[in-house]
Ligand binder design. Sequence first.
Ligand code: ADP
Length: 242
Amino acid sequence: MTTSAPLSLINVTLEYPDGGGTTTALDRVNLTAQAGQLVSLVGPSGSGKSSLLATAATLVRPTRGQVIIDGTDTAGLKGKELTALRRQKVGIIFQQPNLLPSLTAVEQLVISDHLRGGNAKAAPVKAAELLDVVGLAAAAGKLPHQLSGGQRQRVNIARALMGSPKVLLVDEPTAALDHERSESVVRLLRQVTTEFGVATVMVTHDTEFVPLTDVVATMRDGRLTAPVVAAPGLQLTPDGAQ
Ligand code: ADP
């Protein structure tokens, strides 16, 4: 099967060994994210959201089914090829920014690019541009402890964009933030998804921000409901059920 979307999961099942049997974390999941599309992924704890993100990030291989990143079926790739594809095409934003305490904001971006094997000459300029995009131009020289939680999360987002990814996978970006900062972080993800034409999947428990996204997909017991348009006024209960 061919697909032009940056990210496609086709009939993905993920089973973990569990004593003598197995736990099915993902059960025949189908999900596509188009360029410039922000998909929110909601659902109760234990429903499989993290498993879906880890599988889409190619950090975990599915038991069955296909994960296709920018036209490449990842099942056919060996370990090193998979790592290279992930570095080139996938940006991952974890809940906690995990910034290095002794590096300034701009250095966090430059170092991550260096580790990815990026162009050393171009990196400082690109890093400055991205910090400007996320509203942190004036804070480029600050250390993590001099930044607010929201600002650290913005550095995290800018860092994930340094590799010009096709796919952005975001795990509960607002978990540690107050309401105002949470909203501005989701708005920023909305903005960069459009601006950079990246396909973004964001796991969130903040269902009130779901209308800022394009579509919402709900996980339940490893199954994904058909994504629906996340229009303003869409009612979701706090655990993500419709
Ligand atoms: P969520 O992110 O929605 O809380 P998870 O993807 O973490 O859900 O978990 C889905 C299911 O898979 C749960 O039943 C969980 O216990 C199980 N699971 C997750 N990770 C592992 C693992 N590494 N080994 C065994 N079972 C796991």
